[in-house]
Write a new protein. Structure first.
Length: 304
């Protein structure tokens, strides 16, 4: 299977050469952006076993941080990193009091955190533009190169996603990755061996926030318009569902879940008022009958 990975990325890179619909490319680009956020969520939920509903809030911090910096004249790459740093700092502030506790305290804290971030973005009108959001955000740019078409955006976003996947793979195979999984499987036993499980969980949350902020910042530069509703708790639940649907703990599952739930709603829109019913019902059925996600089913089929 690993030999097919370069073939997959090569085929993905050729997508704009065979798909000429601007709408289809826009959906594909948004799927890549969602995949970045889901990859980050996998560090916390897939590897460390913590429930995180704050991924959309971190994406919002990254998006607004990037947009505000870019509108102030900061080069886009630096603006993107500034937004990511802001999200990481927010994750540390959030994680310090909550990750020392076990059970679902992080889940409850991140739900509240997401609502607070949404309200701040909505009511801090002098800075965020309130419900009207921010418009005319400078496009994604690397030095003098500015992204001006959906095809160019696809190649840039795909390159960022490939780099994010490589980093995730390196983390998974490192001491840190093994420490995350040990914390998930037997936190008390891991702590008794001398592992600082709080630091491990904090690191996982910081990585999740960084990935989410990169996702949000790239979204701001690609769409060039952001508003608070795009980073609500509803979006956080959608990102969490993408991870569960694809398969927690699996990088391939993250990509698959983000792709399916980004494309499927658009593919079902021809059903008009029925599409949301079928869409939600399909997700429930998959989660119930495929507890390891779609990637788990594909692996069982491959073994068989």
């Amino acid at each position: 299977m690993r030999r097919l990975i370069p073939v997959f990325w090569l085929m993905a890179a050729c997508l704009p050469l065979v798909v000429h619909s601007a709408y289809a490319l826009q959906v594909a680009n948004l799927a890549v952006i969602n995949a970045l956020a889901v990859l980050g969520l996998n560090f916390v939920t897939g590897y460390t076993g913590q429930v995180n509903f704050g991924q959309a809030a971190f994406a919002g911090i990254g998006a607004y941080g990037t947009a505000l910096a870019a509108l102030a004249g900061v080069p886009f790459v630096i603006a993107l990193l500034l937004g990511a740093v802001a999200a990481v700092l927010a994750s540390l502030i959030l994680g310090l009091p909550t990750l020392r506790l076990r059970s679902f305290y992080l889940a409850m804290a991140t739900i509240g955190f997401g609502e607070i971030v949404h309200l701040v973005l909505l009511h801090w009108e002098d800075v965020t533009g309130g419900s009207s959001g921010l418009r005319q955000i400078p496009p994604i740019g690397i030095g003098p190169y500015l992204v001006s078409t959906d095809a160019q955006a696809w190649w840039v976003l795909l390159a960022v996603l490939a780099l994010a996947v490589i980093v995730a793979l390196r983390v998974r195979g490192s001491w840190l990755g093994r420490a995350m999984i040990a914390t998930r499987d037997a936190e008390i036993a891991a702590a008794l061996t001398g592992l600082n499980t709080v630091r491990v969980k904090m690191t996982a949350l910081a990585l999740a926030a960084f990935y989410a902020a990169m996702s949000g910042g790239l979204y701001a530069g690609y769409v060039r318009y952001i508003s608070p509703d795009q980073f609500s708790n509803q979006q956080a639940v959608l990102l969490f569902t993408m991870l569960i649907l694809g398969g927690t703990g699996s990088i391939a599952g993250c990509l698959l879940g983000a792709a399916v739930l980004s494309v499927l709603p658009e593919a079902l829109r021809f059903l008009h008022e029925w599409y949301m019913i079928l869409y939600a019902s399909g997700i429930i059925v998959i989660i119930i009958f495929l507890p390891q996600g779609v990637i788990g089913l594909l692996r069982r089929r491959a073994v068989a």
